[in-house]
Design a protein around this ligand. Structure first.
Ligand code: KG4
Ligand code: ZN
Length: 340
């Protein structure tokens, strides 16, 4: 079965072809980052319009590159939510129209389900059940994953997401949007011990997170001052170290509390190298395995949607006519909400 995956939840237009027999045939992405950078963040209306411009040409290019034609597609999966409503509608409308024209089933997927199943695309892949740390621009959650569609929320951020904290702090340091990768780059030459930043909720005894205080602590450091580049690098390194420590500590607690021995790290912040290094080191010491998606599949992409769609179809998900999008949508609701 050949599944076309479409991702348009935010500022990346992603399409992919996944063959249930041979695996991922290819994926392609257009990032709108430079367009939004001018405004310091994503402008929803511009995002929607750009998805309209890119989606069909990207799909055509991908089919050509993979040596396939539209009529070879057996099923279509698209991101139904959560995300920007207008941006989601573009992917949903294209998926539904193509499905209607090709007479193939169409399924709407939860964006975070795509992220958390994406490490299954790597080899060796994790086996169910496992713990997933989802760290993206909009979410920071620890989930227990027992099977496709069986997700239990163990803890989440009570305020900013980890990626959001990276982006906001980067902005305070004068870095362009999206700040995560830029801050991480700046932190490379910094001293992570120079500034004693808080480890929010590290000792809260639960699996929740809080990152807005960390950003405020950085604001206090830079407000009224004009930090030189060395100080900025030290702030970036100290900030990154604090966030990494909290993410690692909470993930270890989740693995221990659930009595499992595998952890999956997914979402854009999962691309962060110091996070990967610290997590892998701790996991080795604690005796559990950690799995990461390939570096290019950490941030938003169509491959994770095509793949999750293939798993959903294999599990008997019915295709649906018409479409809706869900700008806000809890992953745990998947059990009670149909994929229509
Ligand atoms: O999963 P994603 O592409 O989009 C959402 O679903 O939100 O995640 C984007 C987030 C942004 O906040 C970005 O700054 C962050 O992931 N990010 C990183 C890195 N690469 C992306 N944060 C820290 N270090 C990175 N290397
Ligand atoms: Zn995402």
């Amino acid at each position: 079965m050949l599944v076309l995956g479409i991702e348009t939840s935010c500022d990346e237009t992603g399409v992919a072809l996944y063959d249930t027999g041979t695996g991922l045939l290819g994926h392609t992405l257009f990032s709108q980052v430079t367009m939004h950078a001018e405004y310091g963040g994503v402008v929803p209306e511009l995002a929607s319009r750009d998805h309209v411009r890119r989606l069909l040409p990207l799909t055509r290019q991908l089919l050509e590159r993979c040596g396939r034609r539209l009529v070879d597609i057996d099923a279509i999966a698209y991101t139904q939510g959560p995300g920007l409503a207008g941006a989601l509608l573009v992917g949903a409308a294209v998926a539904a129209s193509l499905g209607y024209a090709l007479k193939v089933p169409v399924v709407g997927l939860h964006h975070l389900e795509g992220h958390l199943l994406s490490p299954l695309l790597t080899s060796p892949a994790p086996r169910f059940p496992f713990i997933a740390l989802l760290v993206s621009g909009g979410h920071t959650q620890l989930m227990r994953v027992d099977a496709v569609g069986e997700y239990q929320l163990l803890g989440e951020t009570v305020d900013d997401a980890a990626g959001e904290a990276f982006d906001k702090t980067a902005k305070l340091l004068g870095l362009p949007y999206p700040g995560g990768p830029a801050l991480s780059q700046m932190a490379r030459s910094g001293n992570p011990k120079r500034f004693k930043l808080p480890r929010p909720m590290a000792a809260s005894g639960d699996l929740n997170f809080s990152f807005s205080g960390l950003k405020t602590a950085v604001l206090t450091l830079v407000r009224g001052a004009d930090p030189d580049s060395r100080t900025k690098a030290d702030i970036a390194a100290s900030f990154q170290q604090a966030i990494v420590e909290v993410l690692v500590a909470k993930s270890i607690s989740a693995v221990a509390r659930e009595g499992l021995d595998q952890l999956v790290v997914a979402g854009g912040v999962g691309a962060n190298r110091p996070l990967r290094e610290a997590m892998s080191k701790k996991a080795e010491r604690e005796g559990f395995e950690v799995f990461y998606p390939a570096q290019d599949l950490c941030t938003d992409n169509g491959a994770m949607i095509a793949f999750a769609g293939a798993l959903r179809f294999a599990a008997g998900a019915p295709g649906a006519m018409g479409f809706t999008v869900r700008a806000r949508w809890d992953l745990e609701d998947l059990k009670t909400v149909s994929t229509a």
